[in-house]
Every structure is written in C-alpha cells, then in structure tokens.
Design a protein around this ligand. Sequence first.
Ligand code: NAD
Length: 505
Amino acid sequence: MADALFIDITTPNGRRYQQPTGLFINNKFRPSSGGQTITSLDPATDEPIATVHAATAEDVDAAVQAAKAALSHPSWKLLPGTERGQMMGRLADLMEQNRELFASIDAWDNGKPYHVAYEEDLTEAITTIRYYSGWADKSFGQTISTTPQKFAYTLRQPIGVVGQIIPWNYPLSMATWKLGPALACGNTVVIKAAEQTPLSILVLATLIKEAGFPAGVVNIINGYGREAGAALVQHPLVDKVAFTGSTATAREIMKMAAGTLKNITLETGGKSPLIIFPDADLEQAVKWSHFGIMSNQGQICTATSRIFVHRSILDSFLAKFKETIETTSKIGDQWDSTTFQGPQVTRTQYERVLEYIDIAKKEGATVLTGGKSHTPTDPKNAKGYFIEPTVFTNVTDNMRICQEEVFGPVVVILPFDSEDESVRRANDSTYGLGAAVFTKDLERAHRVAADIEAGMVWINSSQDCDPRIPFGGVKQSGIGRELGEAGLEAYSSLKAVHVNLGSRL
Ligand code: NAD
C-alpha cells in the first residue's frame, strides 16, 4: 500500500529527495481511488524501491476531465505561444538543475548505468523540451491565394486533450518526446508512465507545477496498461492518443481507438538491419554496430539487431566484434562508472530474452559469444537480471531470432554477397523502424538509404537520434512521426477559413 503521497528516499548513490507517489491531476497529487499500487524494483538487486499509486478507470476519468477543463480555461487557451514557450523553457531549466537526481532515479528504476542516464537520457530529455519551447510561437497557418473574390487562410490549432502512453526503456526522454510537441502546440495532456518505471515522471510533475503550467494542463498518472491505459485510449473526451510500446499493444490500441475514431500516433517495435559493405571503415563499423545493439542493454526500439556483413570481410568483422564485446561490454550495476551494460529492466524481460536465446539455439544458430545469464561478482547483485551480450552466427533469415524483436543484448550476424541481396534481405521484415548502412561509396550509401524500408536510416552510424530530426517507423513499426518539425503535425490540426470578399453569390 502506498500510504503517503510523498516518501523520503535516499538513492544508492546518496541523493536524498522526496518521491511523490500519487496521481498528478490538476497540479495536485492524490491517491488512487481504488487503492491500487505499483511497486518498483531495482533490477540490479531485485529489491523494492518505492510503491506508487496506480490509476483506476475512475482516476483516468478525473485526469481527462481536468485536461478538458484546462483546454478552454483562459489561463491556457489565451496564453500567447511565446509565453507558453517561456514556461517550457523554465521547465527545461528546472530539469537541468535536477539532472543528477533524475539520472539517479532513472538508473535505479530502470537499471541503466548512472553515467549513461546522466549524459545521454537527460541530455535528450532536456534538449527536447528546450527544442519544442522554441516552436511554441513558430507554428502557424498560411494564407492561400484563390480568386479576387475569396481570401482564405489556415489556422494551426491544438488537437485538444491528448492521451499519451509511454514505455520503460527511456523513462524521462520518452515522456519529453511526447510532452514537448503536445505542449508547444497548445494541447492539454494526460500521460501514463510504464508500470516498470513509475518514479522519475512524478518528480517531473512537481517541476511542471513549479514552471507555472496552469492546473490540468499536464496530468500524470501511473497505472496498469490493461486498466488505466485502456481507459485512457477509450475515453470519449480524449481527442488523440500517442503511444510508444510494443506492436502487439499498438494493435489493441488501434482497435480501442476506433470506437471513437481517435487520431493516433504509434511508435512500436523493430528488427532493424545494419549493412556493412566491404569498403566500409571496419573500425567504425564495429564500434557503431556494437553500440547499435548493445547500448541500453539492447532495450532500444531501433536497435540494429540484424547485422549484414559482406562475406569478404565477415571473419575479420566477427573477430573484431567479439573483441569489442570482451573489452567494452563491462556488465555491472548502475553505480559503477565503468559499467557499460546494466541489468534488464524486469525479471519478465530477462526471462523473455533468455527464452529467445534458447529458441535461437534450438533453431540451430551458433553462439559466437554470450548465450546465457551473467553471474555478478558482487553478492548484492546476485538476484539482478543480468545477461551476457550474445552474438549468433549461422542464422537463416526465416529463423525467429532473425524475425522477432528480442529487446535485449542479442544480435544476429549474417553474410551477404551483393548490394541487391543485402537490401532485399534487410527489407524481409514485418518491421521498418531504423536501419544503418556502412560504406565509403557516397552513391551507394544514398541509394541503399532510399531503398531500405525504414522510417530512419543512419549512414555510417547507428542510434544517433536527435530531437530536431523526425523519428518513427513504416510497416508494423508505427504510424506518424515524433520529434523535429514533423512532430508538430501529430499534435495540431489545420482549420481552413474561407472569406468571401465579393458581394455576388
Ligand atoms: P508494452 O506495449 O507492453 O507497454 C508500453 C505501454 O503501453 C506501457 O505504458 C503499458 O502500460 C501500456 N499498455 C500495455 N497494454 C496496454 C493496453 N491494453 N492498453 C493501453 N495501454 C497499454 O511495451 P513494453 O514491453 O513496456 O515496451 C517494450 C516495447 O516497446 C518493445 O517492443 C519496443 O520495441 C517498444 N518500444 C518502441 C519505441 C519506439 O519509439 N518505436 C520506443 C520504446 C519501446
């Protein structure tokens, strides 16, 4: 039971703070109406961190009603975009001031190394809010020339109440990818965090209030997907749903949203290819392809988890890739500054990844390295969810390990002989999220980038996303785009206004 709405916590790296535990509705924390809770565990020790309140359908309704009322309240509706942007800028400043605290909470809650949370996640989260603060007064319509009798223009307006559902792999940055464009466009929001990582977003809630956002503009709830998530998606007053998570859940959400014909944006899973041609800089290709699958414990939707290597360089690539794992992929808990790979986020994910490793072995793939759980040397981490970085060779394209998303530190490496073959096999997937190509041949780089069925292609890198650049997938990897100017499309609608300048019908 989460008794208090705030609890005093000291993180393992010594940060003392007050952790809110309630549902943030109308700028106040309140308990769950049904007394339901979520207990977050430290994935490195399997020990509980904190228990928070979980929303019922009734709580979701209260949050949506608050967002609906705020939408037409003059303090938000009439607020000039410039002032909205300043509020967002203040939020980014407050996040910067609390950077160490946020990094500590997300590292503890999610399992990612503290230095990664601090340098990568927080940089991305703060930059995203700051980037969209600049758009708040730069998003507008057009005037349209027609005939001398008609003047026409468009208004770019908020969609309304937005329901947002996020996953656990980048708790704070996933929240900012959704809040940034939604607020820049003047919407009001109910956002639901993932059950696995409920903590940092509640601290963000306190900063949202401190930055001056009027009550009801941002409502933040924790809750279970099937109850709180489903209630949000089906609520008749929610005008738009933005979801990031698995493809299976996205299918459910599409079905549920159909009931009230909601505008939806979906960011889902992937099995992203990375192709290495023989003329590539091999050191760079090894470095990026290792980062592309093994960073964030492999829990990246765009993880380049199928590596296609030209047969002529396969042996040297495999040797260097294995050596990089041995020298770089140090496994440990979140607090060791030399840790590259922490535990998987939950026991469920840990077991799921080990099951896929087992499936691949049974399918006949060869383990080049890894292939099992990792036993930590420190006894306090004995129950942690650690897995060895795992590389499979002798894989065929139809194997499950080559088709299905593992969402862990597991990669397949496959040889190819020609460019056409590499593109055809890269495209042999139900997914189409990210892709990467390594070559020094400019023509080939752009030709392959154009031919790959993916929402994003990296030439000579992997995973170097940027809040200024659109992000999203094709095929079963999603619908719509987040980030960049394109991210504004998802959160605004165009209204056409026709002005009759003549006196005749
Ligand atoms: P998930 O789909 O189980 O959960 C994601 C979110 O959806 C959580 O907040 C959960 O509570 C909610 N949810 C679950 N069932 C729901 C329902 N029936 N109705 C409404 N909401 C519901 O995914 P996960 O296991 O937490 O995350 C891992 C998956 O997310 C991976 O497959 C990964 O590829 C994907 N992902 C995609 C992106 C992207 O940007 N494309 C980013 C991160 C993760």
